[in-house]
Design a protein around this ligand. Structure first.
Ligand SMILES: Cc1cc2nc3c(=O)[nH]c(=O)nc-3n(C[C@H](O)[C@H](O)[C@H](O)COP(=O)(O)OP(=O)(O)OC[C@H]3O[C@@H](n4cnc5c(N)ncnc54)[C@H](O)[C@@H]3O)c2cc1C
Length: 587
């Protein structure tokens, strides 16, 4: 202890935090855990926002102390309160004020039971808190501590934007069932049943509820320097920081919200290695309630079957909660999972931070189970679920795949999003003559739409040859091989041509080689532009569509199947110009 002016004793501290808000407490806890020795919290009232943190973290709090000035003395900042004077290396002003530009989600009715930001008596009341900031959590914790039953309506809340202390308090309240958290609901109307507010949420998840009190929690913004008597010299020193979003032109860091505390500690205490906070996704996935609500809101179907061909290749079936599953063989549907779902890999995924409560949707061709339970060719349109054939896409330096690494962790019984409509003009519509030759070329999971098309042709008694050729890396990547073999056995006009390209002992050949070497002759089939339809699906490089350059069609450098077929007189089937080469590119 030192005495700078002889009257007020001066204490030496590493860091002084003005205000026991959740953000201020978070900074105190992380600074102490990172190795700072002396951190003092100055709290003008008799309660910090989350008192449970004091004991376990041995926080040093001066209750009932009000800051009178913050000045620069030598290299240090001196904080003078009504009781003491602190000499410190850095000050975080963690008190905040209501943001005057904030507008509540609905007009706040004039009633002694509807409040903005505070509630005097909270014992044994049913309270609705509306808000999604730290402050909403602070109020919820305060009312629960006071003995009330609290519902927090926090539509749109992103738990990672909360300070760690508020986020942890929220999880504890949720897990201990001390408060009911509605992560996706916000009040639409407040009416009155007698004197009591009756709140209508306007969504199918939450019934109308009656409360003793409704409290709207306005988001907070940073204090102004004058609020705590910061002198210009102290402000210019860069040693006084303000928690909350800085106002325009304010000389404070631009880090948002509570992260100011972390940025400040990094700037002022370079010798200290800060305890690394959890990644945003790690923090979010701890909020089980939020994730359950997101799933409930967005998912409308159940995975009824999930059969790995191997660890990275799956056949799955999806059953919508309601609605039609009819489609034309060859069409595709869309599947979706939330960014909030865990991934099987640990690839960096910045989208997951930016869009964590959004859905990732991708198109998937509808495949076919090919045989029903009795061994007959399946009639897909009589079923209430759709089959898909999906491969895990690996991350590359240029792309972090979003959906398949999340799908990899799903199993039968899990929920998923299924788009309400099937789509696509990659169908058998142009096959009119049952004697025509039909050739399906695919790479990997590109065989999915062909499986249903083959079954459809055979069910309808197609008599012309049907060939299904598929390239994969390894034989183990042929998820439907047994079924194709069974079809070949039953139908003499059906030919399955699997082509693994990386299997020892099997010469490496591509689909283009089948055309160049006329392997079809071996099968007794002659391809002819006048009677043959060719279907190509999967990797765009295999398909090799021409691009229009200066009014001419230019084929890619690496020859694809389309170029070889065009050389033989085939024509592309395009919107408004029918042809006999049909294609579906997967990317
Ligand atoms: C009409 C249509 C139907 C499709 N049907 C299927 C299907 O039945 N089965 C299926 O697995 N995928 C299918 N896809 C691809 C699918 O939509 C996704 O692109 C794929 O699952 C990757 O999604 P992601 O979010 O994990 O990766 P993204 O971030 O979307 O990565 C895309 C990249 O992954 C690679 N890629 C995409 N699909 C494949 C694939 N099938 N095999 C190998 N590499 C791929 C490509 O390099 C592409 O640039 C289809 C695409 C379209 C447009």
């Amino acid at each position: 202890m030192d005495s700078s002016d002889g009257s007020i004793p001066t204490q030496l501290y590493d860091m002084v935090i003005v205000g026991g808000s959740a953000g201020g407490l978070s900074t105190a806890v992380s600074s102490l855990r990172s190795g700072l020795q002396r951190v003092r919290i100055i709290e003008s009232s008799s309660r910090v926002a989350l008192p449970d943190l004091i004991g376990p973290n041995q926080l040093d709090v001066g209750f009932g102390e009000t800051v009178e000035s913050i000045d620069l003395v030598g290299d240090d900042v001196v904080v003078t309160t009504n009781r003491l004077s602190y000499r410190t290396r850095g000050v975080l002003v963690a008190d905040r004020r209501a943001d005057p530009s904030w507008t509540p989600p609905l007009a706040i009715p004039d009633s002694p039971r509807v409040h903005l930001d505070s509630l005097a008596s909270v014992a044994d009341q049913d309270v609705l808190v509306v808000g999604l900031s730290d402050h909403a959590v602070e109020l919820t914790a305060q009312f629960v501590d006071g003995g009330s039953r609290v519902v927090l309506a926090a539509a749109g809340m992103d738990p990672t934007l909360l300070s760690p202390a508020a986020a942890r308090a929220l999880r504890t309240l949720e897990q201990g069932r001390q408060a009911t958290l509605l992560y996706r609901s916000t009040p639409r109307h407040i009416t009155f049943a007698g004197e009591f507010p009756m709140v209508e949420f306007g969504d199918r998840r939450t019934p109308d509820l009656q409360f003793d009190h409704v409290v709207f929690a306005a988001p907070r913004q940073a204090f102004e320097p004058d609020d705590v008597g910061v002198t210009p010299a102290a402000l210019d020193s860069g040693k006084v920081w303000f928690l909350g979003d800085p106002g325009e032109g304010r000389p404070v860091t631009t880090a948002p919200g509570w992260q100011v505390g972390i940025a400040m500690a990094e700037a002022l205490f370079p010798e200290v290695e800060l305890v690394t906070p959890l990644s945003p996704l790690e923090r979010r996935t701890q909020h089980v309630g939020a994730i359950e609500e997101l799933r409930e809101e967005h998912y409308n179907a159940t995975i009824t079957h999930f059969e790995p061909t191997h660890s990275d290749l799956w056949v799955l079936r999806v059953k919508p909660d309601q609605g039609d599953t009819s489609y034309l063989p060859g069409q595709y549907a869309s599947l979706g999972l939330g960014y909030w779902e865990e991934r099987i890999d640990d690839a960096p995924d910045p989208e997951a931070d930016r869009r964590w409560d959004k859905l990732i949707r991708r198109s998937y061709s509808i495949s076919s189970r090919m045989f029903d339970d009795h061994g007959y060719l399946t009639d897909e349109n009589g079923l209430d679920e759709l089959e898909f054939y999906i491969v895990l896409v690996a991350p590359t330096p240029d792309n972090t795949p979003a959906l398949t690494p999340r799908l990899a962790l799903k199993r039968a019984g899990d929920r998923i999003y299924l788009g309400p409509k099937v789509a696509g003009r990659y169908t058998l519509n142009s096959v009119i003559d049952p004697r025509s030759e039909i050739v399906f070329f695919s790479t990997g999971t590109g065989e999915a739409p062909h499986n249903g098309m083959v079954i459809d042709l055979l069910r309808k008694g197609h008599t012309g040859p049907i060939i299904s050729a598929v390239t994969v890396r390894k034989s183990a990547d042929l998820g439907y091989a047994d079924k194709h073999r069974e079809l070949e056995f039953r139908y003499s006009n059906y030919h399955y041509v699997p082509m693994p390209t990386r299997e020892p002992g099997i010469p490496k050949r591509y689909l283009q080689d089948l055309l160049r070497d006329d392997d079809f002759a071996e099968l007794g089939v002659t391809l002819s532009p006048s009677s043959t339809h060719v279907f190509l699906c999967g990797n765009p490089a295999m398909i090799g569509l021409p691009e229009e350059v200066d009014g001419h069609e230019v084929f890619p450098e690496t020859t694809g199947v389309v170029e070889l077929l065009v050389q033989q007189g085939f024509t592309l089937d395009r919107r408004n110009t029918p042809g006999n080469i049909h294609y579906e590119e997967y990317w």
